[in-house]
Ligand binder design. Sequence first.
Ligand SMILES: NC(=O)c1ccc[n+]([C@@H]2O[C@H](COP(=O)([O-])OP(=O)(O)OC[C@H]3O[C@@H](n4cnc5c(N)ncnc54)[C@H](O)[C@@H]3O)[C@@H](O)[C@H]2O)c1
Length: 266
Amino acid sequence: MASYPELKGKSVLVTGAGRGIGLAIASRFITEGAQVLLTDISPGQADLVVTAAQRKETSASFHIMDVTSSSQTEDAISQAVALHGQLDIIVCNAGTGEVAPLIEATEASFDRQMSINAKGCFLSATIAARQMLKQGHGGRIIINASGAGKIAPGKATPLGLYAMSKHAVIGLTKQLGVELAADGILVNCICGGIVDTPMWDLIDREVTQRSNTPTGSFKAEAVASIPIGRIQRPEDMANLAVYLASDDASYIAGQTLNCSGGMLPY
Ligand SMILES: NC(=O)c1ccc[n+]([C@@H]2O[C@H](COP(=O)([O-])OP(=O)(O)OC[C@H]3O[C@@H](n4cnc5c(N)ncnc54)[C@H](O)[C@@H]3O)[C@@H](O)[C@H]2O)c1
């Protein structure tokens, strides 16, 4: 595992950090010696990272933040600044996925997914960017999209609204990346494939219920299609997130990078 000493002491905020990929990203930033504010609608397992931070003699804490609320986002960013002096890096990770063919998808489901996935990233990224602009010495904004932000998941994987919202997030990265590059704020996006988190267990449960097939069978089939031959771990995403926050990524802006075990063609 690479290490990035330049991340020591950096102030990082991660959204949706109570479990899954967000938790792994927060944990990896602590390993690098960064100071992390974990945010989520509920704490989940955030205390694991808070305890790990104490052992590493750095700082981690948890703050309630619903990414759909601009006031809660403003408040969390102010909290990161109050605790750690500034905000250097934000990881816009919170997201949700709901299973339904588009033809059956409801307006409420559209609103929920667009609100959490697309509006949530828009608010977190732009409010963080305004703070970074005020600080005047650049920053990093890392947005978590998905392979579903690049390709249609297909009929057998009915995540059409999720895919729409994740395409929006990639559009956000492209435009914001170009708008902020001259200020040294580098905005990039990461796309995972089939990551072993509660989100995929939920997708499996809902798809197998719909198709009347055994629980676990959809996930097993999906994993069998991964060229690298194993399910993706949340830590695989964390590897890419810390790389994009590091000095090694100082010439990367407005890009969307895959970490999908070879699943994504572009
Ligand atoms: N699991 C995968 O296979 C996969 C693949 C590609 C991309 N992603 C993306 O990675 C991100 C994390 O996914 P995960 O698999 O860890 O999911 P997860 O469901 O395990 O965790 C998501 C976290 O986001 C939080 N969250 C939900 N709504 C929120 C809101 N309104 N405000 C703040 N936090 C909220 C949840 O409480 C939860 O802790 C998501 O954006 C997801 O779309 C996941």
